[in-house]
Ligand binder design. Structure first.
Ligand code: WQD
Length: 338
């Protein structure tokens, strides 16, 4: 059975990706420092697949601890590297925390891959590297700009580090997946998005409002140059996104190219109001919301051209927006919050 190591594997996208690799017949080793997730996520994974992944509570910025895992699992065929801080607003307040954690973490992963001959890396990148593109939809050739936030900049810098490292090494190959906006939860509702504290992201704020945890949703601006005035994003089902990582590892195992980048979205843009409407119609829940000023740092609109991932990876987003927002609601109703 081929083995993969997933860093950040108890996180939102990480945990859904563990499930998809187990479903695809891989043995999975999870590394996570539990700074932004809880160990009970492993119970949820086990309930879905019947297999509890091997787990190490390790911080990827701690090289000595990380190396112990690589010594034990140097037979892994790939590393899927999620472990990073990802709150855009927090990164503006605490840039050094983000540059240290997100960059040192990758440097340690790469140096251990070289030392223990693990040949393949899938990196969790983000559409945030495009900033506000001039032309839509964005392709992988759309110019990468200095993103608005230190968080986004760590993704851009990490892609450059990977590119340089690949070029210097005979055996190392990598794929960077540029995610658009991941939303939703596994249909079992055993795993899902678990924002600690007040959610930054739209859909968890919507579901927490609907369940009564939050008073009302603030819609950040309705004066954008979009059909209904609210900002547009490409919202992708988290299970579809997780599956893209399996497609990426399978491509890497075929040793086709040294380094490739793929946009992972649906190819369709939805406005904030369209997400609210989709939530209300698919769940029957009326949502309390009010229009407020724009949020600093937000871009107006972005959505993906996913033809490269569709053609080259053979991957395509499949789950509809309505089913996805409903899965987020089913999860919200089940999740135990202390
Ligand atoms: C989506 C839209 C908000 C909350 C960021 C990162 C990206 C990725 C996902 C990590 C925007 C509006 C939101 C609210 C609102 N991060 N909104 N009220 O900012 O597109 O992307 O998170 O992987 O890299 O950049 O996502 O969900 O925060 O916002 O009106 O309470 O919803 O203004 O238009 P974003 P988001």
């Amino acid at each position: 059975m081929q083995k993969v190591i997933i860093t950040g594997g108890t996180g939102y996208i990480g945990s859904h990706t563990v499930v998809e690799f187990q479903n695809a017949g891989f043995e999975v080793v999870v590394i996570d420092n539990l700074s932004n997730s809880i160990i009970e996520v492993l119970d949820g994974i086990e309930k879905i697949t019947g297999i509890r992944p091997i787990f190490y509570q390790v911080d990827v910025t701690e090289q000595k601890d990380l190396e112990i895992v690589f010594q034990k699992h140097g037979d892994a065929v790939a590393i899927i590297h999620f472990a990073a801080y990802k709150a855009v607003g927090e990164s503006v307040q605490e840039p050094l925390k983000y540059y240290h954690n997100n960059i040192q973490g990758l440097l340690n992963v790469l140096s251990n891959m070289l030392k223990y001959d693990i040949p393949n890396l899938v990196f969790s990148s983000s559409c945030t590297v495009y900033g506000q593109p001039d032309k839509l939809p964005v392709t992988e050739d759309t110019p990468v700009v200095k993103p608005e936030s230190p968080y986004g900049n760590t993704k851009k810098i990490n892609e450059e580090i990977i590119d340089d490292t690949i070029n210097s090494s005979e055996n190392l190959c990598a794929i960077s997946l540029r995610y658009f906006n991941p939303i939703g939860a596994h249909t079992s509702a055993y795993i899902g998005e678990l924002p600690l504290g007040v959610p930054d992201n739209l859909l968890p704020y919507i579901t927490q409002t609907a369940i009564g945890l939050r008073k009302e949703l603030s819609v950040f601006g309705d004066n954008y140059n979009t059909p209904d005035g609210t900002a547009i994003r490409d919202y992708i089902n988290v299970c579809d996104l997780a599956k893209a990582h399996v497609f990426a590892v399978k491509r890497l195992l075929n040793n086709v190219l040294k380094y490739e980048i793929f946009n992972i979205g649906t190819g369709k843009g939805s406005s904030v109001m369209e997400i609210i409407k989709a939530f209300e119609t698919s769940t029957g829940q009326k949502l309390n919301y009010k229009i407020v000023d724009r949020r600093a740092g937000d871009i107006e609109q972005v959505w993906a051209d996913t033809s490269k991932a569709n053609k080259v990876l053979g991957w395509k987003a499949e789950v509809s927006l309505d089913e996805t927002v409903k899965s987020a609601w089913e999860w919200e109703k089940k999740v135990k919050r202390d």
